[in-house]
Design a protein around this ligand. Structure first.
Ligand code: SF4
Ligand code: SF4
Length: 412
């Protein structure tokens, strides 16, 4: 196993991190025994970074990780978990949620604590709530060791958030198809230049870059002189970047764990040859050729005066067409653009003003395309968003009621 150093603290983290959002299943639930075996196997083979969150497996991810880390394993690893800020309405909620997580994880400290899925809107809301002071205090009293955030919004918001607090690390989606979407390569380099460790999520785009591969892309891999699986190519491409600290993989098959551990013993920064990088670029270009809208994510069309996140809407629309079997993509579109945490930015907001088309170097007929995106992607927004908001409100009230009745934290 190779390790990379966290710039601000000197911590050494395994370049392969274990993502705890996709434990193996048994029947309708989680196969706990197998999960624990896999986690301990990974630790025995050098993995020392475990990433979980209260929302993973509907609250079961953290306690199962705690079980796996009993018997001396906790001391060998760094735990990363995330604060579900959408459940926080006031400053006290932040402490309550963190204390609940410490109880769920059966630990007195969290090594890497992230604000989950920050966007510009939620960052501003949390700053008003006292987030900086909360993180400072939690670091000072030892409940957390490093403060960070995970992110899926756009580059400009990413830079503002990086500069908005003294973060130790961040977590971004990054893979060879996402060089110019979300934080992208520029965001990766920006965060690293500010001394942040950068944790990478979705290296295989939720498994899409390793699952059912389009025939023309597979032909590119097949022609490569070095035989590697699509997953290995994708991981090696990310680890080739020196700015990357850890790559998370949601491993739940023993063969995947073994493959990733083997690759993580070799994938030094800058280790891909120009020929090998050319092969990955060819695969990426082929994916882009297969995409429905030729948007490069450059952002020249932004901002839209009516609030449409033009590159974001196109990126998710393209992904939906590229991976039609993946039912989560539409849900992610609704979560991101439907107005759950911040102002709506969905395609249906387009008023056809034409401002964006003048700026687009790809000469895309954006207003017409936005109508197509809205038709296919927007339909469920008026149903899903109010239900989600109601659910969040209810969960928060329930947690408070529990605390009022039992005192202390909600696990009492
Ligand atoms: S045409 Fe639509 S997407 Fe483009 S700037 Fe106008 S409202 Fe926004
Ligand atoms: S300017 Fe064109 S290519 Fe660039 S992000 Fe906007 S729509 Fe996409």
């Amino acid at each position: 196993m190779l390790y990379r150093t966290v710039p601000k603290t000197g911590d050494t983290l395994s370049i392969l991190g274990f993502g705890c959002m996709r434990y193996p299943s048994k029947g309708r639930g989680i196969d706990e025994e197998r999960t624990i075996r896999q986690i301990r196997y990974a630790i025995d083979h050098g993995v020392n970074y475990f990433d979980t969150a209260p929302v993973y497996h509907m609250g079961r991810s953290e306690p199962i990780l705690a079980k796996a880390l009993s018997g001396g394993y906790r001391e060998k690893v760094k735990i990363a978990t995330k604060l579900p800020h959408w459940l926080a309405y006031e400053r006290d909620d932040l402490d309550r949620i963190l204390n609940d997580q410490l109880a769920a994880l059966e630990t007195d400290h969290i090594d890497y604590y992230l604000i989950h899925n920050l966007s510009r809107g939620s960052f501003e809301k949390l700053q008003d709530m006292g987030m900086s002071e909360f993180l400072d205090a939690a670091k000072k009293d030892g409940r957390i060791r490093n403060a960070g955030f995970s992110f899926h919004s756009n580059l400009q918001a990413f830079k503002e958030i990086v500069d908005g607090y003294g973060w130790d690390f961040c977590q971004i989606q990054y893979n060879y198809l996402d060089e110019t979407s979300q934080a992208g390569t520029e965001g990766l380099q920006y965060a690293a230049s500010k001394g942040l460790a950068v944790i990478i999520m979705e290296p295989l785009r939720g498994g899409n870059l390793a699952g059912r591969i389009p025939g023309t892309v597979q032909a590119i891999w097949d022609k490569a002189p070095t035989k590697r699986s699509p997953a290995e190519w994708a991981l090696r491409w990310i680890w080739n970047h020196p700015e990357v600290t850890v790559v998370l993989s949601g491993m739940n098959e023993e063969s995947h764990i073994d493959e990733n551990i083997r690759v993580a013993a070799e994938a030094l920064p800058g280790s891909l040859t120009p020929e090998e990088l050319g092969i990955v670029n060819a695969a990426r270009d082929e994916y882009k050729r297969l995409m429905k809208v030729g948007c490069t994510g450059c952002g020249y069309c932004m901002p839209c005066p009516f609030g449409v996140d033009i590159p974001g809407c196109f990126a998710r629309y393209n992904t939906r067409h590229l991976f039609p079997d993946d039912r989560t993509i539409k849900f992610h579109y609704i979560m991101r653009h439907g107005g759950l945490e911040e102002a709506k930015s969905n395609a249906g907001l387009c008023r056809g003003c034409g401002k964006c088309t003048k700026a687009c170097p790809q000469h895309l007929a954006i207003p017409t395309l936005m109508k197509e995106v809205a038709k296919e992607m927007d339909g469920m927004i008026p149903i899903v968003i109010p239900v989600m908001k109601g659910g969040m409100w209810f969960m928060n009230r329930f947690a408070r009621l529990k605390r009022a009745v039992f005192g202390g934290n909600a696990h009492a």
